[in-house]
Design a protein around this ligand. Structure first.
Ligand code: ZN
Length: 145
């Protein structure tokens, strides 16, 4: 999915969990799994971190795994903090959205087997429709209509 789709989805989930601050951490959490990709929204902004990560992990590797996502959610639950939970939920939303692409994600990393559920193209019509639906839901949640 496009970075904006990830960010908007994370913001929507984060807003529902933790209010405005949750929306911000949800969006951030939804962008961070792609920080190891030099052309991603996160990778372009945090290029030093992304470059360092690329030395040890591959794109759609560990950062797209069920292990990392699960540890983040577990940590947020143990901390019992809605902002952290929103961020980890944003991260999980990224993994779920990337499963709507044939490239898939390595849910069982370190196994390299990738899992995907639908073969939609990043930037394609479905990606844009998901973005539109998420933006409508965000506006409805914020404005209350
Ligand atoms: Zn991704």
């Amino acid at each position: 999915m496009m970075g904006i789709t990830h960010a908007a989805t994370g913001a929507l989930i984060g807003l529902a969990i933790g209010g405005p601050l949750g929306a911000a951490t949800g969006a951030l959490g939804a962008l961070l799994p792609d920080v190891d990709h030099p052309r991603s929204m996160a990778g372009r902004r945090a290029w030093l971190v992304g470059g360092a990560l690329r030395l040890v992990v591959s794109h759609r590797g560990a950062l797209h795994s069920g292990l990392v996502a699960g540890l983040l959610v577990l940590g947020a639950l143990v901390a019992d903090h809605p902002t952290l939970l929103a961020g980890s939920a944003g991260w999980v939303s990224h993994i779920a959205l990337d499963m709507l692409n044939r490239a898939g994600v390595p849910l069982l990393w370190p196994s390299r087997r990738r899992f995907w559920v639908l073969p939609f193209r990043t930037g394609g019509i479905v990606d844009r429709l998901i973005l539109l639906g998420v933006l409508v839901a965000l506006v409805r949640l914020v404005v209350g209509i």
